[in-house]
Write a protein that binds this ligand. Structure first.
Ligand code: BJW
Ligand code: ZN
Length: 260
């Protein structure tokens, strides 16, 4: 992308966000990359260290819960030491600005790292759960344990069965309430912003399609109007050709500019 082209796009995204009364945001692992959290896919991603089938599926957990806990405990140790970056902070600022002018704001994240909340975002919709929460495989017990060390064989204080990370693995359904809230936001927003996601994992990636077909992307004839869809990612994704404004670069560099 030529420099002038890129600054035009940034200006357009900034205009959209500066005036929107209703903003919905979807984030993925890329937004936390500059905080030092590894992404899932790509070289150096978590799935290059571990097979996804082994550590992020119910079958993997049934086969070898100790291995799954080792993987998640390592992540918990990494996460305890990291902090939100300029991109998380920009989204928290955007939320305050939109709510401050009486508008609506929703932030749905696929991330389990809690960095949006640490940056000051409120009402975050955690589509894939949270790494600080555990739940029992045998009863209704659930607890936010923070970063307390858990060991490789955590069991339920109520019934003695295995605890598991309260995250959403492949083949599992998302929490119906957070999912319904995210769909409502994607449908009803004026500006939809997707940040740092490969847009490959469903149903979360479907929010972009919902925004395109039922939300601000509807009709795609907004060229200089106040509604639109924006994507920020280091690289092109399956959504890049469909959104109104695709910005390629680091979220920590681009978001502070479009939220200025
Ligand atoms: C930067 C950057 C920087 C880097 N700045 N950008 C066939 C077709 C369609 C769907 C399916 C299918 N077969 C199966 C499915 C369903 C499946 C699915 O979507 N699979 C696809 C992979 C094909 N989905 C599910 O199973 C979901 N549940 C479901 O569908 O329920 C209904 C159902 C029930 C029963 C049977 C069938 C269906 C659940 C999905 C759960 C995902 N869970 C994980 C792991 C949780 C945590 C853990 O335990 O470790 O969630 S997987 C992993 O991927 C994690 C993430 O949240 C998720 C998304 O990844 P994300 O965030 O996009 O990260 P990356 O790494 O992919 O991309 C990072 C991006 O950042 C890249 O684009 C970089 O360029 C960019 N980037 N640095 C800006 N500085
Ligand atoms: Zn229990």
């Amino acid at each position: 992308m030529a420099e002038a082209d890129s600054s035009d796009r940034i200006a357009r995204a900034r205009r959209l966000l500066a005036h929107a009364d209703s903003v919905a945001v979807l984030t993925g692992a890329g937004i936390s990359a500059e905080s030092g959290v590894p992404t899932f896919r790509g070289s150096g991603g978590l799935w290059s260290r571990q097979r996804m089938e082994d550590v992020a599926t119910p079958a993997g957990f049934a086969r070898d819960p100790v291995k799954v806990w080792r993987f998640h405990n390592e992540l918990r140790i990494e996460l305890e030491r990291i902090a939100p970056n300029a991109a998380h902070l920009a989204l928290a600022r955007l939320e305050r600005a939109v709510l401050g002018r009486g508008g609506r704001f929703a932030l749905a994240t696929q991330n389990i790292d809690g960095l949006h909340q640490a940056a000051g975002s409120r009402g975050v919709l955690e589509l894939h759960g949270s790494l600080t929460a555990v739940r029992c495989t045998g009863c209704d017990y659930r607890e936010d344990v923070g970063f307390r060390p858990l060991g490789p064989r955590p069991t339920c204080p109520d019934c003695g069965k295995w605890l598991r990370p309260d995250v959403v693995w492949f083949g599992e359904t998302l929490g119906p309430d957070v999912w319904a809230a995210a769909v409502r936001a994607a449908r009803s927003c004026q500006v939809f912003l997707s940040v740092g996601t490969s847009a490959l994992v469903y149903p979360a990636a479907g929010l972009i399609e919902i925004a395109l077909s039922e939300g601000p992307g509807r009709g795609r004839r907004h060229l200089e109007t106040s509604a639109g869809t924006i994507e920020v990612n280091l690289e092109p994704t399956p959504a890049s050709g469909k959104v109104d404004v695709a910005l390629h670069g680091r979220a920590g560099h681009i978001l502070p500019q479009i939220v200025a």
